[in-house]
Write a protein that binds this ligand. Structure first.
Ligand code: FAD
Length: 303
C-alpha cells in the first residue's frame, strides 16, 4: 500500500469538528503532489526532470500561477454547515455540490449556537467585519434569547409538519443557523482559491473555521509540498501595486537623501503617498499601503 493510500484511508470519513455541531470530512481524493508534477511535466517535456526537482517545480507553478496542473487533483468532502455560512460557501461556483434536501427530508434538527463569550461587536473601520467580544453579561442574555428563538422556530416547523404542511413550505421560517449537509467536490486549484479567500482575516470567522479545518487537517497532509508553496506564496505572501512600489521608492529615496533609516514617520509617508490619495480624507488604498509598510518595518505604526 502506498504512503498516500494509507493516509487517505486514515483520513476518510474522519469528522473534524467545526462550531458546535458542524464538521468537515474527506470522502475521496484523486491525486497527490505527484499528480501535479506529472501533469506539468507533460507540458514542459522530459528535459524538465533534470533541471528542477518536484518541489521546485510545484513552487514555480504556484508562484507563477500556472494553474492547470493543480486541476488534475480533486477532493470530495462531506460537510455540515449552518445555512448562513453555507450561503457564503456556495458562492464558489467551481465546485460540484449535492446538498441535503429539506423538500425531500425533514430539516436537520440542529442549529448553530453561539456561546456567551463568542458574540462580536460590529467593526467600525470595516463595515463587513466584526470587532471585540461583547461583555459576558450581554453575551449570556443573547445566548439565552438565541436558544429560545431556535427552539420556537423548530416547534413551529414540527407543528406545521404535524398539520400536514408540505416539507418544502414548512421550512420557510427555519433560521439561517440551521445546519445543512452537502457533498462538495472541487479540484485542487479552485480549492486553494477558496482557501485563500476564506482562511483570510477578512472572511467571516465561522467560514474561516471551516476553511482552516479543511486546509490544515485535510489538504496539508494530502498535498504537503503544494501546501508549503501555498503558505509561502499565497497565504504568507503579499502583493504590491505600482502605486505602492512607487511610495516605497520615494520613501527610501527621501531616507537616503536625509540619511534617515527606517522606520519612517507618518509625515514622511504622507509626503511620499500617491498623488491621487492626497486630497482624500479617508482612503482605503492608502490605509492598506500603510499597513503593508508597517508590516515590512518601513513605517512607524500610528498611535
Ligand atoms: C471577504 C469576502 C467578502 C465578500 N463579500 C461579498 C458581498 O458583499 N456580496 C457578494 O455578493 N459577494 C461577496 N463575496 C463573494 C465573492 O464576491 C465571490 O462570489 C466569492 O468569493 C467566490 O469567489 P470566486 O467567484 O472567485 O470563486 P469561484 O466561483 O470558485 O470561481 C473561481 C474563479 O473562476 C472564474 N469564474 C467562475 N465563474 C465565472 C463566471 N461566471 N464568469 C467569469 N469567471 C468565472 C473566476 O475567475 C473566479 O475567480 C465576498 C467574498 C469574500 C471572500
Amino acid at each position: 500500500m502506498s504512503e498516500t493510500t494509507s493516509l487517505v484511508d486514515q483520513l476518510r470519513w474522519k469528522k473534524f469538528s467545526v462550531l458546535n455541531d458542524g464538521f468537515v470530512c474527506l470522502v475521496d481524493v484523486m491525486g497527490d503532489d505527484a499528480a501535479v508534477v506529472q501533469a506539468a511535466r507533460v507540458s514542459y517535456g522530459v528535459g524538465t526532470k533534470r533541471v528542477s526537482d518536484d518541489r521546485t517545480l510545484i513552487r514555480y507553478l504556484l508562484r507563477h500561477r500556472h494553474t492547470t496542473p493543480f486541476e488534475m487533483a480533486e477532493i470530495k468532502f462531506l460537510v455540515r454547515v449552518p445555512m448562513d455560512c453555507w450561503r457564503q460557501w456556495i458562492r464558489h461556483r467551481t465546485a460540484s455540490v449535492n446538498e441535503y434536501s429539506t423538500r425531500y427530508s425533514e430539516a436537520i434538527d440542529s442549529t448553530q449556537s453561539t456561546p456567551p463569550t463568542a458574540w462580536r461587536s460590529q467593526a467600525t473601520q470595516n463595515r463587513q467585519g466584526s470587532d471585540q467580544p461583547l461583555s459576558a453579561e450581554e453575551g449570556s442574555r443573547l445566548t439565552v434569547e438565541e436558544q429560545q428563538l431556535q427552539e420556537q422556530s423548530r416547534r413551529v416547523y414540527e407543528a406545521r409538519l404535524e398539520a400536514g404542511v408540505a416539507r418544502e413550505q414548512a421550512r420557510k421560517d427555519l433560521p439561517l443557523s440551521t445546519y445543512t449537509e452537502a457533498y462538495w467536490k472541487i479540484d485542487l486549484h479552485n480549492l486553494l482559491h477558496f482557501l485563500a479567500l476564506r482562511m483570510d482575516s477578512h472572511a467571516q470567522e465561522e467560514i474561516r473555521l471551516y476553511a482552516t479545518a479543511i486546509g490544515h487537517e485535510i489538504v496539508r497532509p494530502l498535498f504537503p509540498v503544494v501546501w508549503e508553496a501555498f503558505e509561502d506564496y499565497r497565504m504568507g505572501g503579499s502583493t504590491m501595486s505600482r502605486l505602492e512600489t512607487d511610495v516605497i521608492k520615494r520613501l527610501t529615496a527621501h531616507g537616503a537623501a536625509t540619511k534617515t533609516a527606517p522606520p519612517y514617520s507618518e509625515a514622511d509617508f504622507l509626503t511620499a503617498q500617491d498623488s491621487t490619495w492626497k486630497d482624500l480624507n479617508r482612503c482605503r488604498e492608502r490605509d492598506e499601503c500603510r499597513d503593508k509598510l508597517i508590516g515590512l518595518g518601513l513605517l512607524t505604526p500610528l498611535k
